[in-house]
Unconditional design. Sequence first.
Length: 670
Amino acid sequence: MADITIPGVSDKYGTTSLIEQLMEVERVPLTREQERLDTYKAEQDAWRSVNKAMSSLRESVRTLYSFDNPFNTKLASSTEEDAITADPSRDADIGSFKIKVEQIAEADRFLSGEIDNNYEVPEGTYTFKVNEKEISFKWKGGKVSDFVTSLNRRGNNTIKASLIGVSSSKKSLLIESLLTGKENALIFEDDAFSFAQNIDMIREKKGEEKILASTKSDLEQLSGYALTSVRVENDLITVPPKSGFYVEIPRSIKDDKNQQINFSVRLEGQEEATTQVEKEKFPILPSAAMVQFKDAIVFNIESELGYTPETKVTKIEPVEDFSLVFLQTENEEIPLGKVDETGLETEFKINLSDYAEKIENIVVKNNNTGKTAYITFPKSTNPNVAKGFEPSNPISVAQDAKLKYEGITMYRSTNKIDDIVENVTLNLEAPTEKTATIKIEPDTETSKEAIIELVGYYNQLIAEINILTQNKPELISELDYLSSEEVEAYEEKLGMFSSDSTLTSSKSSLQRIMTNTYPIEGSTIRLLSQIGISSNATGSTGYDASKLRGYFEIDEDKLDEALENNIGDIKNLFGYDSDGDLIIDTGIAYLMEKNLQAYVQTGGILATKTRTLDTKISNSEKTIDRLETQLATKEQEYKTKFGNMESTLSNLESQSDSITNFNNQQSKNR
């Protein structure tokens, strides 16, 4: 029986192979267009890679001349890091200064006595004050833990409360001001006052003012100054010219650092020149001599030189001295400042906590020749009890920071001080054991990292340009830092833009910027090579093709030395205002950033390249879609034609078989 052929299924006549061969010929335009599309996409990826490299380099160079350039960054070091540190701003002056921290600013922190865990705070109005800030609320009564929560909710960064476990059944309540300084003392009012008393957080003041000297017997003789002329009357100590005294401070007062001594001084009188008369002293002349020989006596003639006793007049110039009051310790005498020169009363407040050594005596010296000093009786008091109470268990008491800057005593209410040294913030942590030296210097490490980053990004861009514009495999093998995947990717890009002058032009411009001389007025640094950056910074000898590719090397020792000694000149090398309009207009970083901007900005050279390729890719994809449609139609056409042919041939074979069978049958019948 003849074979049965189903068009499109069986392949008795080899039409499938024939169709495939015909379609291969038809597919040539499509294959070419697909290859063209792959090329467009590869080129687009390459331009994007260049864009990325240029953008990275641009951002790197921009930081080297912008307002935030690293050359203006300052660092501060302290010889007493545990006690005082500093935060300099970019405008801080380079140099050093000395600071001695005698005490840091503290806040009131009051601890109660022991209370039961289930202690309940009574109902009432609770008011707490810190300077001008007031926290006041009505409390309905309840657990002390709930009271703490309620107070903290209203604290507004002014007051804080907490419970401290003393034992399994007892606690202590801590209430503290969050603001340091004497002016920020914690004050209890309304029911808060009685509550604080009940839990032994505060107590009534223990003592009143104590007068240190109110009679002549309280004054001690001071060497070199008259005491007899000093008078004590009408609540004043009158100290005539050239007189003085000292008052000894009782031990109970000088041992209490919370004590403050107060008095005032006023000077009155007119300084006038005085005279002193003294008789002039002449030598006593002996009487005339005589000579006797036997009975003859010869007398010498009396001297005819006579003299009249005269007087000597000495003029004493007036003395004006407004430094009258001193504090005496075991080791030194400390001046308290000058008295008002116009005769107004000058008040003195001596805080014993301000002095590291104990104050032994108050000394008064009136060195004036025509002015009398009038001093109120010195009195001692505790400022903490002047609030109507004193803390029973103070963890710390509100006080100002006290420090000496270059020997000058200063007070501040905070431990973060930004108004002593211009553009420098001081951070006080604890009193210093000795005078601290704060040094402000450039942040050379950050500057170095920024320069190294620039060179790194520059070399990456040059490597990218070299590979894309030259068909030399050694350009890839020389880059020993590449991974195997990166090597494979670069091999596909090798020489891709060898016929495009865009990148070679960019490379030439960048190399020219990096190697040019920049004659900046007053600067000793004019070339990158002067700070250790060049194409052969390491000084290797012999021929090395990689040295000719445009890459730069860094001599770190030379760069470190240049940054240490000439950081200002290096800053100008990268960005400089040449015309004095306060705008950078030249320098390596500035010129490179402007050059790269033309390539990477929106609508720039690289954007135009990728946009052109976007159009080509879009058109190519449309062409591929059209060709694929045409091929599908053509293939179907071939299949239809060859299917019809197979069907016809099959019918002919069938007819041929029928005729053959008929003839064979006729032959048998004969």
